[in-house]
Design a protein around this ligand. Structure first.
Ligand SMILES: [Zn+2]
Length: 427
């Protein structure tokens, strides 16, 4: 039996051996993307990632980012050719199921994994090979496995929220849980009851404190480690693309390359199978404490949300058609970074060691006190540029004179190395 996945086709087998290989690949794809069901349990997702790692040991690394209230691991797969530990390339974060009930978002991240690792179509191969060569993908299919478990077991509790025992009665019941996408620390709860809820029973409950939840902490730790240049968090509920800042009142960087790039994506995305175009929005309704705004403010990540469907697909065909369209979002975003205008670089000290430095683009005004630094492990930074032009990249370490370099944003993806003249004094 042949699995039909849009964009994934197999050359006809000529020999028995090819048929055996094809069958094996076919089985694997069925495992990744069963055509009849999108209800992947946390255990199945963990097994799928482990299987992907077993098949691609040099291209993947399995990680457990954290553990939920109910003890489930938050599993992730890093993908890139000849993956190093740690890896020097820019990282793109793809995640699903911040809200456990949004099961299609899990499939979308699993599809990205399948495309990156298993896809052999002539049309997609050059792009996928370039992505694997030049980028590392951090794929987290289920940020909220407890919520996924709740929906799959028809639990009475909220499948949107995690499994925090809010009232501490020793069990997770209908009113428990935290909305993880209201729990991130940037402007947590700052809109009062308009952007999230202080009521533990509410489905938008923001949690007892900023970043109180193990899932939030796990995602933040991974982001701080990898400094993703871009991220997409997949959700469902409508068809839209959301670009930061999503919270009302925050002043965007000027120019706001996140919005500009998202506009480019929205224009290029095919029409959604549920009969509408992807519309770019700041938000769907007032929100605070989102992962998107935290990533943007903390790291400068071009952090998008893709609202992937108005409603759950009713048939396997509809589900596959939606995934086929949504796949364009992360692929186009990666194309845009690699094609430019964008800039990548490293900051080092006089001794040639990587340095944690603030890096800003002189032509971009940051208005919310953002301090976007290089990545701790290798002094690396990566930024999308808003458009063609000449940009001044400025690197600063406290107590040292700033250094700068000009890059030509016409030239696609510019690279620059900045040397801080004096080695920082030893402690
Ligand atoms: Zn959602």
């Amino acid at each position: 039996m042949r699995v039909s996945l849009p964009g994934v086709r197999w050359a006809p087998s000529e020999s028995g051996l090819n048929r055996v290989i094809d069958d094996a690949v076919s089985r694997l794809l069925r495992w990744f993307m069963p055509s009849s069901s999108s209800r992947r349990s946390p255990e199945q997702v963990a097994t799928t990632l482990a299987e992907a790692h077993r098949r691609h040991p040099t291209r993947t690394q399995l990680q457990t980012l954290g553990q939920t209230h109910e003890g489930r691991p938050i599993v992730a797969l890093l993908i890139g050719d000849a993956l190093q530990q740690p890896d020097p390339r820019p990282v793109v974060l793809l995640d699903g199921a911040h809200h456990g009930g949004e099961l299609l978002s899990v499939d979308i991240v699993l599809d990205a994994i399948a495309v990156l690792l298993e896809n052999h179509t002539p049309e997609l191969a050059p792009r996928v090979e370039r992505f694997r060569r030049e980028l590392v993908f951090l794929c987290v299919p289920e940020v909220n496995p407890d919520g996924v478990h709740a929906v799959l077991t028809d639990s009475a509790r909220s499948d949107r929220k995690n499994a925090r025992d809010n009232n501490e009665n020793g069990r997770v019941d209908a009113a428990d849980g935290v909305d993880l996408n209201r729990n991130y620390p940037y402007r947590w709860g700052s809109l009062g009851e308009k952007g999230s809820s202080s009521d533990p029973k509410n489905v938008y409950y923001r949690g007892p404190a900023a970043a109180s939840e193990p899932e939030t902490q796990a995602m933040m730790a991974a982001a701080l480690e990898h400094h993703p240049v871009a991220s997409i968090s997949f959700h469902t509920g409508t068809v839209a693309l959301l670009a930061p800042y999503t919270i009302a009142g925050a002043q965007n960087p000027e120019p706001n390359e996140a919005w500009i790039v998202a506009e480019e994506l929205a224009r290029q995305l095919p029409r959604h199978p549920q009969d509408r175009d992807f519309v770019l929005k700041k938000n769907l309704y007032p929100v605070d404490g989102t992962d998107q705004d935290w990533l943007r403010h903390e790291l400068g990540t071009l952090a998008l949300i893709v609202e992937s469907a108005r409603s759950s697909p009713k048939t396997a065909e509809e589900r596959v058609a939606i995934i086929d369209v949504v796949r364009h979002s992360w692929m186009l975003l990666c194309d845009r970074f690699l094609d430019g205008p964008s800039v990548s670089g490293q900051v080092k000290n006089a001794a040639g060691e990587p340095v944690v430095a603030t890096v800003r683009i002189a032509e971009q005004a940051l208005q919310e006190g953002e301090v976007w630094t290089t990545r701790m492990r290798d002094g690396r930074f990566d930024r999308f540029l808003p458009g063609p032009g000449t940009y001044t990249i400025v690197a600063e370490v406290a107590g040292q004179p700033a250094v700068s370099a000009q890059v030509d944003g016409m030239a696609g993806r510019a690279t620059v190395e900045l040397i801080i003249p004096e080695a920082p004094a030893s402690p």
